[in-house]
Ligand binder design. Structure first.
Ligand code: NAP
Length: 201
C-alpha cells in the first residue's frame, strides 16, 4: 500500500489542492490519497480558523466524486493541538510496516519541518511531497534548515493550479467578489449557504 496523506487546514479546500493530490497520486504511483483536515492547527492559534466540521464537510464535498480520494476525521476528532507526527505514527500503526506513507502538503508549510514537534521521528516514517507554485525559489526557502531537511525524505512537485489559495478565496468572499472556478461549485455553494468568510478579513 502506497498511501498519500494530504495534510492541510483546507479553509477552504480549492482546486489547487485537488490538482496537487491528483498529481501526487499519479507521479508517486499512490494507491489512494486521504485528505486530512487539521483539527486545531498548532501554528494558527493567533487567527480564527473556520470550525473543523465546516472544513471537513467542504473537503468531503470536494472529493466525493473521486474514487481515489478519501477524507479522514482523525485529526479533527483528536483533542488538543494537531501535530503531524501524531497522525503519521497512528497511521503507521494502522497500516503496518509494509505500507509506505507520503505526506503531501504545501512547500511553504514544509520548509520549517525541522521545528515541528518530534521532527526527528519523521526519519524513515514517511516521505514528504512538497507542492510548489511555478517560480517558487526552493533554495532561498530551504536554506535556513538545509541540514535538518537533508536528513528527511522530501520530494517536490510543481503545481501551476496552486496559484489559487485559500487566503485569496476568503478575501474574495469577504469582498463579495466571485470564487467560481477557484473551488468546486459544491464548495462555493456550501460557503454561501453557511455564510462563511463574509466578515472583513
Ligand atoms: P499553511 O501554513 O496554512 O500553508 C502554507 C502554504 O502551503 C500555503 O500557501 C497553503 O495554501 C499551502 N498548502 C497547505 N496545505 C496544502 C496542501 N495539502 N497542498 C498544497 N498546498 C498546501 O499550512 P497548514 O495548512 O497550516 O499546514 C499544512 C500541513 O502541515 C497540515 O497538515 C498541518 O497540520 C501540518 N503542519 C504540522 C505542524 C506540526 O506538526 N508541528 C506544523 C505546521 C504544519 P492554502 O492556504 O491555499 O492551502
Amino acid at each position: 500500500m502506497r498511501l498519500g496523506i494530504m495534510g492541510g487546514t483546507f479553509d477552504p479546500v480549492h482546486l489547487g489542492h485537488l490538482v496537487t493530490a491528483e498529481e501526487a497520486l499519479v507521479q508517486f504511483n499512490l494507491d489512494r490519497v486521504v485528505f486530512m483536515p487539521t483539527g486545531q492547527p498548532a501554528r494558527k492559534t493567533d487567527r480564527a480558523v473556520t470550525s473543523a466540521e465546516h472544513r471537513y464537510l467542504m473537503t468531503v464535498i470536494a472529493t466525493a466524486s473521486n474514487p481515489d480520494f478519501d477524507v479522514s476525521r482523525m485529526e479533527i476528532d483528536r483533542p488538543g493541538l494537531t501535530y503531524t507526527v501524531d497522525t503519521m505514527l497512528a497511521l503507521r500503526e494502522q497500516y503496518g510496516p509494509q505500507s509506505e506513507l507520503f505526506f503531501i502538503t504545501g512547500a511553504d508549510a514544509v520548509w520549517d519541518i525541522a521545528t515541528w514537534k518530534d521532527a526527528e521521528r519523521f526519519r524513515g516514517l514517511c516521505t514528504f511531497i512538497a507542492a510548489t507554485r511555478p517560480g517558487y525559489d526552493l533554495e532561498a526557502a530551504f536554506v535556513e534548515y538545509a541540514e535538518e531537511l537533508a536528513a528527511l525524505d522530501i520530494e517536490f512537485i510543481e503545481v501551476p493550479a496552486l496559484a489559487i489559495s485559500s487566503t485569496d478565496i476568503r478575501e474574495r468572499v469577504s469582498q463579495r467578489r466571485p470564487i467560481r472556478y477557484l473551488t468546486p461549485e459544491s464548495v462555493a455553494g456550501y460557503i454561501h449557504k453557511y455564510g462563511l468568510y463574509r466578515e472583513a478579513f
